[in-house]
Ligand binder design. Structure first.
Ligand SMILES: NC(=O)c1ccc[n+]([C@@H]2O[C@H](COP(=O)([O-])OP(=O)(O)OC[C@H]3O[C@@H](n4cnc5c(N)ncnc54)[C@H](O)[C@@H]3O)[C@@H](O)[C@H]2O)c1
Length: 266
């Protein structure tokens, strides 16, 4: 890759949930294009592995441990970016959980599980914005990309907290975009379809005996006939956070192999 193709030289990026799945692929892609990347996660081994991959790809990386659904950890990740790399330009609010036990109706959802999913999937995005925006402002602008889901747009049976959390992420995206556009801070969301990550392997393999069938059905639900890869998400995030998307804010982009284009009657 030539220097001209490395769009993120001199830029500082935080990726929450950056140690696995889409977060990992995107953290490495930012590194490949020259960024200094804070990998904010709770998995030490995967965090260390990701930092190694970022450095091998030509970027700088630091793993910061903490549950970013909690204020202290979110602020710690932001402080680490500023102390280690001198500022902050981009936040990829990627983190999100969908525990196997959360597949049930509202009346069967324990309150503590609801709170936990909301903290990780929504509050973390709020906290990173709240404490990160003052630093992005100091750079004269930047971008926040939020990972929502097609489940923020349409739903399926039995996922109340996850679906509600993803709807909230889309609404928060619009709100932040409107509030900070005049400062050159663009805020966008992505709505992935099914992407091959550890989270999805848990979701499709809740009953291991039906994993292959579930995977085939998931592939069929996407007009492109397959599920997506984390790198296909990284490509879109790097575009949205770059100057090439300078007239985009407050919008979501479906990265879903055409899933949201298809009617239920199709
Ligand atoms: N995989 C899919 O098909 C899919 C589809 C639509 C949306 N999404 C969303 O994309 C995002 C990434 O999903 P994924 O499939 O890559 O997930 P994943 O489970 O594969 O990886 C998530 C990462 O987040 C970390 N993490 C979990 N809780 C954390 C916390 N409290 N604080 C910090 N880090 C934490 C994990 O250790 C892991 O590294 C999530 O927001 C998810 O809801 C996923």
């Amino acid at each position: 890759m030539s220097e001209a193709q490395r769009r993120y030289i001199g830029k500082v990026v935080i990726v929450t949930g950056g140690a696995m799945g889409m977060g990992q692929a995107t953290a490495i892609a930012f590194g490949r294009e020259g960024a200094s990347v804070i990998v904010a996660d709770i998995d030490d081994a995967a965090g260390a592995e990701t930092v190694q991959a970022i450095e091998a790809a030509g970027g700088h990386g630091r793993y910061v441990k903490g549950d970013v659904g909690k204020s202290e950890a979110a602020r710690h990740a932001i402080d680490a970016a500023v102390e280690t790399y001198g500022g902050l330009d981009v936040i990829f609010n990627n983190v999100g959980i969908q525990p196997a036990e959360s597949y049930c109706t509202a009346e069967d959802t324990p309150e503590a599980l609801w709170d936990r999913i909301m903290d990780v999937n929504v509050k973390s995005h709020f906290l990173m914005a709240k404490y990160g925006i003052p630093h992005i402002r100091k750079r004269g602008g930047g971008a926040i990309i939020n990972n929502a889901s097609v489940q923020g747009l349409q739903s399926m049976k039995g996922v109340p907290p996850y679906a509600a959390s993803k709807g909230a992420v889309l609404s928060l995206t619009r709100q932040l975009a409107v509030d900070y556009a005049h400062e050159g801070i663009r805020v966008l969301a992505i709505c992935p379809g099914t992407i091959d990550t550890p989270l999805v392997r848990v979701a499709l393999g809740r009953d291991p005996s039906t994993y292959a069938e579930n995977l085939a059905n998931a592939a069929k639900a996407h007009p492109l006939g397959r599920i997506g890869t984390p790198d296909e998400i990284a490509n879109v995030v790097l575009f949205l956070a770059s100057d090439a998307a300078s007239f985009m804010t407050g919008e979501y982009v479906c990265v879903d192999g055409g899933m949201m284009a298809k009617g239920a009657w199709a």
